[in-house]
Design a protein around this ligand. Structure first.
Ligand code: ADP
Length: 236
């Protein structure tokens, strides 16, 4: 709250810029970033009526790819994606900027930032609008578990929901046919895993180099999702 002194009278002006929650979720492909962050957002809505969203740049790109016009326009970028390589900074930053501008109570960034340039952009953009990056939460899972999880998962191309091998139907609960992601093949999974090891080091060392109040947490994500969620809620 700001106090304004107008003609000797103090008036209280409501803060126009409230503090929102901006958190980065980090973890290898298949570590459960999407699952845990969407469970968390649902819980925050139900328990505290907070509209925190989980913004996955990968999911955003997969939806964009479904649009024939966009596919033609960004074909080169989608080809990179199918090989497990990163797309251009420009494309993802534009989408993240819009998500931040629309954010009501906060965002969990999933898949972003993926290099120092994106990390620096995120940090500086949040500062420029009077917001902060609160924390980076890392989901730890060993490589063999990642390979096991990803080689058996199916995804809904429309709503983005992910199903593991326990789910036997070929249809999403929203009614659409499930697919195997174009980049969920063994060769591409290994590329994505190697890429994660590179970019997570780069991004974490950038954030750690800032003399700021960003907090870092590691969670053992090689456990049932309810237990991982409990720890996520505790540190968020
Ligand atoms: P993963 O399961 O590997 O974490 P994501 O769903 O986060 O996959 O991303 C899928 C693909 O989308 C990446 O391999 C990359 O091609 C592209 N992508 C997603 N986020 C970014 C980003 N921040 N910068 C560049 N490319 C990205």
């Amino acid at each position: 709250m700001h106090k304004l002194n107008i003609g000797g009278l103090f008036m209280i002006k409501k803060e126009t810029c409230k503090n929102k929650d901006f958190v980065v979720i980090f973890g290898k492909p298949g570590s459960g970033k999407g699952t845990i962050s969407s469970m968390f957002c649902k819980e925050e809505k139900e328990m505290h009526n907070l509209n925190i969203i989980s913004f996955s740049t990968g999911e955003y790109l997969r939806k964009l790819k479904q649009d024939p016009k966009m596919y033609k326009l960004y074909k080169q970028e989608f080809d990179k994606m199918d090989q497990g390589k990163r797309v251009s900074n420009k494309l993802v930053i534009a989408a993240v900027k819009k998500a931040i501008m629309d954010a009501e109570d906060g965002i969990i960034f999933d898949g972003f930032p993926r290099n120092e340039y994106q990390a620096k952009w995120l940090y500086e953009y949040l500062k420029s609008i009077g917001q902060n990056l609160n924390s980076v939460i890392i989901l730890d899972v060993p490589d063999n578990e990642v390979l096991r999880r990803l080689s058996s998962r199916k995804t809904c191309p429309v709503c983005g929901k992910v199903y593991n091998s326990d789910y036997k139907s070929n249809y999403c609960k929203c009614g659409h046919t499930l697919i195997v992601r174009d980049d969920d093949t063994e060769f591409v999974i290994k590329n994505r895993l190697n890429d994660y090891k590179k970019y997570s080091k780069e991004v974490l060392s950038y954030f750690k180099s800032l003399s700021d109040n960003i907090k870092f947490y590691n969670i053992n994500a090689n456990r049932p999702k309810e237990k991982v969620l409990k720890d996520f809620i505790r540190v968020f």
